[in-house]
Design a protein around this ligand. Structure first.
Ligand code: LLP
Length: 434
């Protein structure tokens, strides 16, 4: 069958392997459900972004890992070793990055509603750049910077007003958005002027992020055009030379054989040609360019292993294959009707000639991993693998129905190590006081 990615294979025992390691053995050793990640696949994607960004945007270009996609201390260590920056979006992500020893000057602190505590914590740890969302936040950053006697470097989040044709829950760049200041309404220029007037703020440039799981590069070029025009108008209205332009993340990944693979290096090359071209056209000096991918760095590297429990055929309706996880470890079908590829890991080469609904174990009908999924005939005790779960799965996990979160296991060089251990029942009651 089509396993979508090169780090997945079928081994001589006829089992699914990830990074050369037998998934049935991994399931035995670490239990299920479990997230398994191929570390080399993550590192290879980080290198693809770094190489392409340096080659096409210049040596000062910096790709950031948008750590909301998958957050635990080990991933910040990997990102640091590879020379990436990171995007953190909360006090919790900042704390995790700090615990991992991630260099604070390479952190970009995002979020549309940073609390006073977030702002103080981030300044205390020396976060390099705040991506300021709005006027209230700008004034708060100014007052905390003043109190510390420092000058805080910031980017302003700008909404370019673009619809990238992805799921509406993950569109972020349109005018009616909780994120950023829109160019169209004049608010973007107003906040630029306000930022330039603050004595403890150094406005370095602008950020935009148009959405996620986008395959077409056209919306990115459109955003780049709008942003470069904006940079030109800021230069003529305010005399400001923009140093940095952050173009956000958002490139998609294939979840099934019907999604087309993305050539990330080629996409970055195209984007660079467009930004260079627009800078020439609008007479703008090429700024340092920041990219901010999350999903495309980690999604493909991950799979989730489950054990099949019940298989229930309802004649005339459908077959439910229930597994020992569900929406608490992967809420994406429930939230976005996301499609996934599933297979029986102990016989991946058997024909996937059944159409099933893969259901979780929660007391909720919507607790599904997918419907109408092609799958081998499933039996109780089989190991079921869901592919491409490295992004926005562990990061979005909940404890619904008091289910403990699965572990994150990293495989590399023929060995597996626990990056995040499985939660115990004791962990679940740890903070219950009464
Ligand atoms: N930068 C900013 C400011 C973002 O908001 C995001 C994602 C990224 C970068 C990274 O985007 P990516 O390269 O991962 O597409 N939970 C949803 C996705 C939400 C994306 C939120 N922002 C999902 O599971 O599809």
């Amino acid at each position: 069958m089509n396993l979508l990615y090169n780090h997945l294979s079928v081994n001589q025992d006829g089992h699914l392997a990830i990074g050369g390691m037998d998934t049935v053995d991994l399931a035995k050793q670490y239990g299920t459900p479990a997230y398994i990640m191929d570390e080399d696949a993550i590192r290879a994607m980080m290198r693809t972004y770094l190489d392409a960004a340096h080659t096409h945007f210049g040596a000062d270009a910096l790709p950031l890992y948008a750590s909301k996609a998958l957050c635990f201390t080990g991933i910040y260590r990997i990102a640091a070793e590879e020379g990436m920056g990171v995007d953190c979006v909360s006090g919790g992500e900042l704390y995790t990055a700090k615990r991992a020893g991630f260099p604070a000057e390479r952190i970009y602190f995002h979020g549309n509603n940073k609390t006073e505590r977030d702002i103080c914590d981030a300044m205390d740890m020396g976060v390099g750049t705040f991506v300021v969302d709005n006027t209230d936040e700008l004034l708060s950053v100014e007052s905390h910077a003043a109190a510390r006697g420092i000058t805080q470097r910031i980017l302003l989040r700008i909404t370019p007003g673009i619809d990238p044709h992805t799921h509406k829950a993950i569109v972020t760049g349109s005018v009616d958005s909780k994120f950023g200041s829109a160019i169209e309404t004049g608010q973007a220029m107003e906040i630029v002027k306000l930022a330039l007037a603050q004595p403890h703020i150094h406005l370095s440039g602008f950020h935009c992020h148009i959405g996620s799981q986008i395959f077409d590069t056209h919306p990115f070029s459109e955003a780049a055009d709008i942003m470069v025009r904006f940079i030109a108008s800021v230069k003529s209205e305010c005399g400001m030379d923009v140093e940095e332009l952050n173009l956000g993340g958002g490139l998609g990944v294939p979840y099934t054989e019907y999604d087309r693979p993305v050539d990330y290096a080629a996409a970055i090359k195209d984007m660079a040609a467009i930004v260079h071209g627009y800078c020439d056209t609008h007479g703008v000096k090429m700024p340092k360019v920041i990219l901010e991918p999350g999903r495309s760095l980690v999604a493909a590297a991950g799979i989730t292993l489950y054990t099949v429990g019940s298989v229930k055929e309802i004649p005339g309706f459908r077959t439910y294959v229930s597994v020992d996880g569900g929406m608490p470890d992967n809420p994406r079908y429930a939230l976005y009707q996301s499609t996934y590829t599933a297979l029986i890991a102990n016989r991946p080469d058997a024909p996937r000639n059944c159409r099933v609904t893969v259901a979780g174990r929660c007391c909720e009908s919507g607790d599904l991993i997918g419907e109408d999924m092609p799958l081998q005939e499933a039996r109780r005790g089989d190991i079921l693998a869901v592919l491409t779960t490295g992004a926005y799965n562990y990061a979005m996990a909940s404890h619904y129905n008091r289910l403990p979160n699965p572990p994150v296991i990293l495989v590399k060089d023929g060995a597996a190590k626990v990056a995040v251990k499985r939660e115990s029942y004791e962990d679940l009651v740890r903070n219950d006081i009464l």
